[in-house]
Design a protein around this ligand. Structure first.
Ligand code: HEC
Length: 171
């Protein structure tokens, strides 16, 4: 028994020493240009997925197909999201090309998040990515408006219609 405990302690000390040595060595490239290796990527994706899922249970999704909501949500989306996520006929801006992980393009995507998940992500952001938290600057109502617009309206719009909304509501 004593031998097992000593072996465990010894292994732990080696792991901590090796990790600390690696951190101090500068070998890890923190730049955005070098992707994570597949193990790190899997660890981050799995942690993110379970972390968000665990936090969704108290979120009550309101009705998200009201025109007034779409217009309000559009104004926020057009101002704060297009540069990273794009919009109908609009590619994400230059800044988004240098982001890692890269922001998903939502227009005509088959891989849209669920409404409660979207609400939580917009409100809280995602650590160590460039996805900001809009909770400190926006009410829950505004965040639902944004969710309604980009999940239920944007994909039905043509680039021309999106531009007509820009002229009508945002200029
Ligand atoms: C500075 C860039 C940036 C801005 C601005 C930004 N996002 Fe993001 N967003 C990201 C990145 C990067 C990710 C991917 C994070 C990841 O891979 O874990 C993301 C992820 C998301 C997701 C999760 C997508 C999915 O499939 O799980 C949603 C929803 C989202 N953003 C909505 C928005 C909305 C709405 C706005 C505007 C209010 C916005 N974002 C503004 C960079 C941005």
């Amino acid at each position: 028994m004593k031998k097992i405990i000593l072996t465990l302690i010894f292994t732990l000390v080696i792991i901590i020493a090796a990790t600390t040595a690696y951190m101090y060595s500068g070998a890890y490239d923190v730049g955005q240009m070098v992707p994570h290796n597949s193990i790190t990527k899997w660890m981050i994706r799995t942690t993110t997925h379970h972390s968000i899922n665990k936090r969704l249970k108290d979120i009550k999704v309101p009705v998200l197909n009201d025109t007034a909501m779409f217009v309000e949500g559009f104004l926020h989306y057009n101002e704060m999201c297009v540069m990273c996520h794009g919009a109908p006929g609009i590619d994400p801006g230059e800044m988004a090309e240098g982001l890692y992980p890269s922001p998903p393009k939502f227009y005509k995507s088959n891989n849209m998040p669920d409404p409660d998940e979207s609400f939580w992500i917009i409100k809280n952001g995602i650590k160590m990515t460039s996805m900001p938290a809009f909770g400190p600057s926006h009410t829950d109502k505004s965040i639902w408006d944004i969710t309604a617009f980009f999940l239920n309206k944007m994909n039905t719009m043509s680039p021309e219609e999106y531009q007509s909304w820009v002229k009508k509501y945002a200029e």
